[in-house]
Ligand binder design. Structure first.
Ligand SMILES: [Zn+2]
Length: 253
């Protein structure tokens, strides 16, 4: 009997800006046998999304917070749904309050978003999308920023995605022993400068160790930080597998 599992396809893993070619904004595709969701859709990630999957086959898109490096390619998706199909399509998008207004303002066109995107407001708690359960929890970053745990019902392990997060302890309640932790590590080996609401490797390592995380996938590393030193800073505190993910990576868990 096949074991039910989830696949993560990294569409984009970039931070807000980078000199790393192809390191487009945050976008993570999660698939089960029957359900496909996308977490975030940051700058430049639409092409890789569309090359991997027919965007109309997504069951929903979930946006962690309203920083453009996590949502701005919804503009490209909106245009694709409106103009790229024989019959215009629609997409369900769950996000913090205000997303449609942000996109409308970007285009200076009221109703720009609602033509193709059905935006719903996220709240803390668990959503069911297809066969996947998605638990959302507020984290320290913007006024309304979420981290998520995605899992198949009844499965022991799932994927926890940090979004952008300024306090590692905010993620702990989402993580079950053995889970895969996809975490931002904006400031590499650290330290995080005062006032920056992001994480560094030591904070991620401590969190992973404390929660019994199964494996750590690092992402959202800012320009100028050394990758090996970043991984080492997590390994200094966590004994399990640690890697940095890049666009095109495919991980089953
Ligand atoms: Zn952010």
């Amino acid at each position: 009997m096949a074991v039910a599992s989830l696949e993560l396809f990294v569409v984009g893993a970039g931070p807000a800006y980078t000199d790393r070619l192809g390191a487009t904004g945050a976008a993570y595709l999660i698939r089960s046998a029957t359900t496909t969701i996308l977490l975030d859709l940051g700058q430049g990630s639409f092409p890789r999304l569309a090359a991997e999957v027919d965007p109309t086959e997504l069951d929903a898109i979930i946006i962690s917070h309203l920083h453009p490096d996590h949502f701005v390619d919804l503009v490209a998706l909106r245009h694709y749904l409106r103009y790229g199909l024989a019959t215009p399509g629609r997409m369900r998008v769950m996000a913090p309050a205000g997303l449609a207004g942000r996109l409308d303002a970007l285009h200076a066109e009221p109703g720009f978003t609602s033509v193709a995107l059905d935006c719903g407001n996220l709240a803390e708690g668990t959503l069911t999308i297809g066969e996947l359960s998605v638990a959302a929890r507020l984290v320290t970053h913007t006024a309304e920023s979420y981290a998520f745990r995605v899992a198949l019902p009844g499965a022991a392990n799932g994927l926890v995605y940090s979004g952008d997060c300024g306090r590692a302890a905010d993620l702990a309640p989402l993580i079950r022993p053995g889970d895969t932790l996809l975490s931002e590590v904006s400031f590499g080996p650290g330290p995080v400068p005062p006032g920056a609401q992001h994480l560094d490797g030591p904070a991620v390592g401590e969190l992973a160790s404390m929660t019994g995380t199964g494996q750590v996938l690092l992402t959202h590393l800012q320009m100028g930080f050394d990758r090996d030193a970043t991984i080492a800073s997590v390994r200094g505190r966590f004994a399990g597998p640690v890697r940095i993910v890049d666009p095109g990576d495919r991980i089953e868990f």
